[in-house]
Design a protein around this ligand. Structure first.
Ligand SMILES: C[S@@+](CC[C@H](N)C(=O)[O-])C[C@H]1O[C@@H](n2cnc3c(N)ncnc32)[C@H](O)[C@@H]1O
Length: 172
């Protein structure tokens, strides 16, 4: 696969999340695999990552970009919809998603409940979105914050002007 620069928005969001060497990270909607690659590079020791995407293309791209991490046993990539995810309860320390619209465009009560069951106390759900369309930003913040708050998370907002990104962070 051709070497591609990691987009600044992804770099900013992953930096913000402060991955620790022993984290257990779930990425929802891994797409190109850029974030999974960056996150896995920060997992040493016992850290593990599980990346899912419901699209075959997303899974294929992540597997290609992150082949070394898969080979090392640090990363598992699966084609699956979040709604049907099965991972052991109370295992995850961090959940990451970038531009996964379900959290602000529709009712996602079941998906958020599933995350709440599987994130350890003290862990977090980190939902990031491009903030390139100012007319959408408020709606994203309102809807995604409500979804996480209603699901039992304590929510705060993170923003960056350059690159333009908003983050809705839910602490368990
Ligand atoms: C707009 S793309 C973003 C890809 C990547 N995160 C990025 O920022 O470049 C959204 C991705 O999320 C995946 N996706 C959307 N809803 C999903 C769900 N409920 N479960 C798993 N994957 C989902 C899509 O298939 C798509 O690959």
């Amino acid at each position: 696969m051709a070497v591609q620069t990691i987009p600044a928005r992804i770099r900013w969001a992953v930096d913000f999340m402060e991955v620790q060497p022993n984290d257990h990270v779930l990425e929802i909607g891994c797409g190109s695999g850029h974030a999974a690659d960056l996150i896995c590079r920060r997992l040493e020791g016992k850290g593990k990552m599980f990346a899912i995407d419901r699209s075959e293309a997303g899974v294929d791209r992540t597997r290609q970009r992150c082949a070394a991490h898969v080979e090392a046993g640090r990363l598992t990539v699966r084609q699956i919809d979040l709604a049907t995810l099965r991972v052991p309860v109370k295992r995850l320390t961090k959940v990451f998603a970038f531009n996964v619209n379900l959290f602000w465009v529709r009712d996602c009560k079941n998906e958020v409940a599933l995350l709440h069951e599987r994130v350890l106390p003290g862990g977090s759900v980190n939902l990031f979105f491009d903030a390139t369309r100012p007319d959408q930003v408020q709606e994203i913040l309102t809807n995604a914050s409500r979804a996480l708050t209603d699901g039992g998370f304590r929510v705060y907002i993170a923003t960056s002007d350059k690159p333009p990104v908003v983050g809705i962070i839910g602490r368990r």
